[in-house]
Design a protein around this ligand. Structure first.
Ligand SMILES: *Cc1c(COP(=O)(O)O)cnc(C)c1O
Length: 379
């Protein structure tokens, strides 16, 4: 290729300034992929506990459904996602007109912002809350109001008080990522009663399947027409790579969001796998049991190392490294990486003294605890 061609390819044309808000966005930091670390270190045996993935993979029914779809690659997916929506409606006892499908629940969160929030509006979320709330808010040029957390969890009373005349949406994560903190039904009810019904409340339940006994959000849909529940197949269902999530809300809200949704936002593998996965209760039970045991294993291990953690109702825990050294989380993350264990530093969430660790298999958890002991001893 001549240098002239390269010149043409790389020379920027006069690009218009980005939309208001976009230029200030710090991109979402994803977990380091296993293959990347393998290449960098020449290590083979890598343990990744960084993205809250399901260590069991996914339901065999989902794998089979994906296989069966392979011959149809040339066809567009069902843009209405009829079968999956019907299955979701049946499973959660809602109407199909209340279901929106997303390319991951991340898509749902962005669709909400694009549907309901304009540059002159404000959006409320908690300190230490899932990063996408701030990103989706900035992307539409709106003002984000970050309400200080209470013991790392959402301060729902303060969040309700933070509502302004221009507030359109409040994002809640229950449990929250990266803290694992949760709130009770009674707190949520008080919150919903305090929030004006013109404000849409997005209840992000990406981890609800891990401890479903504590909070039944579905029943609140009948009570509050300004509630949207967001769920995902990425975590407990183990379909992270396929990208599929969904929202449940009043038909009027669902109708508006679906006007913004890309017609084929969920691909046919994701549709088929999610439909199959929803029916596999055995897999979900295995997932819960493994998570429950793994959580206990990590807690025992942390206690032995003299470390504290934030109690979690998700598939990860955030561990406090109990030290004066600033940015210790990043240092420990880097030291763990060098010996083939990937976790997540969460300094970007205002928690520099913590690392977030996804719960893995017994062997993965063991390897992590041994590596952590080694790293802390050397420090
Ligand atoms: C992982 C996660 C999501 C999004 O996951 P998707 O893969 O986009 O469905 C949403 N909310 C929270 C709190 C999460 O941790």
């Amino acid at each position: 290729m001549s240098s002239e061609n390269i010149q043409q390819k790389t020379a920027p044309t006069a690009i218009q300034p980005a939309n208001q808000g976009i230029a200030n966005i710090a991109p979402y930091q994803t977990g380091k992929p296993i293959d990347e670390l393998k290449r960098e270190l020449g290590l083979d045996n890598i343990v990744k506990l960084a993205s809250n993935e399901n260590p069991l993979g996914c339901s065999p029914l989902a794998t089979k459904a994906v296989h069966d779809e392979l011959l149809e690659v040339g066809r567009y997916p069902d843009g209405s996602g009829y079968k999956l929506k019907a299955k979701i409606a049946e499973t959660f006892d809602v109407d199909m007109t209340q279901v929106t499908l997303g390319n991951g629940s991340n898509d749902i969160l962005e669709l909400v912002a694009r549907t309901f929030v304009s540059p002159n509006d404000s959006v409320i979320y908690s300190q230490h809350a899932f990063a996408v709330y701030a990103l989706a808010t900035q992307a539409v040029g709106a003002t984000g109001i970050e309400v200080p957390a209470k013991d790392y969890g959402h301060d729902l009373a303060a969040m309700a008080k933070a509502v302004r005349a221009d507030t359109r949406v409040i994002f809640l994560a229950n449990p929250n990522n990266p803290t694992g903190t949760w709130f009770a039904e009674s707190e949520f009810t008080a919150f919903m009663q305090a929030v004006p019904s013109r404000v849409l409340v997005v209840l992000d339940e990406a981890y609800v399947e891990y401890f479903p006994e504590y909070f039944n959000s579905i029943k609140f849909l009948d009570q509050y027409s300004n509630l949207l529940i967001s769920r995902t197949f990425s975590k407990a269902y183990g379909l992270a790579s396929l990208r599929v999530g969904f929202a449940l809300a009043a038909p009027e809200i669902t109708d508006l969001i679906n006007r913004v949704r890309q017609p084929f936002n969920v691909n046919s593998f994701a549709l088929a796998a999610a439909t199959a996965a929803l029916g596999d209760h055995d897999f979900l039970n295995q997932t819960r049991t493994l998570n429950y045991d793994g959580m206990a294993q990590l807690e025992v291990g942390c206690t032995a190392l003299g470390l504290s953690w934030i109690p979690s109702r998700a598939n990860f825990i955030s561990i406090c490294l109990n030290t004066d050294v600033q940015r210790q989380g990043i240092k420990v993350f880097q030291d763990l990486l060098k010996i083939g264990v990937i976790v997540r530093p969460i300094a970007g969430y205002g928690m520099p003294e913590y690392i977030r660790v996804s719960i893995g298999t017994f062997e993965e958890n063991k390897r992590f605890l041994e590596a952590l002991a080694q790293v802390l001893q050397a420090a």
